[in-house]
Ligand binder design. Structure first.
Ligand code: NAD
Ligand code: ZN
Length: 239
């Protein structure tokens, strides 16, 4: 079983999605700030945006969907959670082997020597963060819109998608490539595709089942439908 999550999975925790009406920050579209180009033209502004996001997420708790997915990881023998989220809420709910396609708000990376380190301080100090080893400017260790995914992470996600029997796609607009291509890889390899999203997406027509509604409610009812028999679609067995 493979699950792909997007920003909608954290919406009920209070984390704004990018394309929702509350997705703007100080009149900037996130797509204009979450780029390497924006960072080098105004690192201060981009760090203010990330400091705001870190402070916001630090006040949020995992919701029922995050907890159910952590539970599925424990109960389904062969399970892989792939997330586009950078908020760390899957891990906070107990998921342990999550593939973070787009990195994490809680890891910084040196723009000089490439070193990565965890930094959970909220708020960050006013001065821009620098590398503890070489003092070069640090950046959030996230994948920006004008950047490529880390090849090893993408390869792991593609391999999981290609061997999925069931793939749940939760709360993603399915617009950001290459993440949006993963469900189609799964589908071509014979997986049953299930989408959970209150709104239609370009993926909806390719799905075997579409659950229109919020992640918490829809995932709960999907799991409950199968839990009494201990068997999930595609022959997956709950232990
Ligand atoms: P998106 O903002 O493009 O789309 C969000 C999707 O969630 C929409 O399709 C919307 O209909 C759906 N949605 C809204 N409320 C929902 C709910 N309660 N339950 C289920 N679905 C709901 O998000 P995306 O597809 O993840 O792509 C945006 C990019 O922005 C990603 O790369 C991601 O890394 C990043 N991002 C991450 C976070 C986060 O970490 N929480 C937040 C915003 C954006
Ligand atoms: Zn460095």
């Amino acid at each position: 079983m493979v699950v792909l999550t997007g920003a909608g999975t954290s919406a009920e925790s209070g984390v704004p999605t990018f394309r929702g009406s509350d997705g703007l920050w100080r009149n900037h579209r996130p797509e204009d700030l979450a780029t390497e180009r924006a960072f080098w033209s105004d690192p201060q502004l981009v760090w203010q945006f990330y400091t705001w996001r870190r402070d916001l997420v630090a006040k949020c708790l995992p919701n029922l969907a995050h907890r159910l997915l952590a539970d599925l990881e424990r109960r389904v023998g062969d399970f892989c959670l792939i997330t586009q989220n950078v908020d760390g809420l899957h891990q906070a709910a107990g998921s342990q082997r999550t593939i973070e396609l787009h990195g994490s708000l809680w890891t910084l990376r040196c723009t000089g020597c490439g070193q990565r380190w965890e930094d959970r301080r909220t708020p960050l100090p006013d001065s821009l963060p620098v590398c503890p080893t070489c003092s070069a400017l640090a950046r959030p260790d996230v994948v920006w819109f004008d950047e490529a995914l880390q090849p090893s992470i993408l390869a792991a996600a593609v391999s999981a998608a290609g061997s999925a029997r069931t793939m749940l796609v939760i709360g993603t607009s399915a617009l950001v490539m290459p993440a949006a291509g993963l469900p189609l890889i799964a589908k071509r390899a014979g997986a049953r595709l299930v989408e959970i999203n209150p709104a239609p997406t370009p993926l909806s027509d390719h799905c075997d089942e579409v659950l229109r509604g919020p992640a918490t409610e829809m995932l709960k009812s999907w799991v409950e439908r199968f839990a009494p028999w201990g068997a999930l679609p595609g022959g997956l067995v709950l232990t």
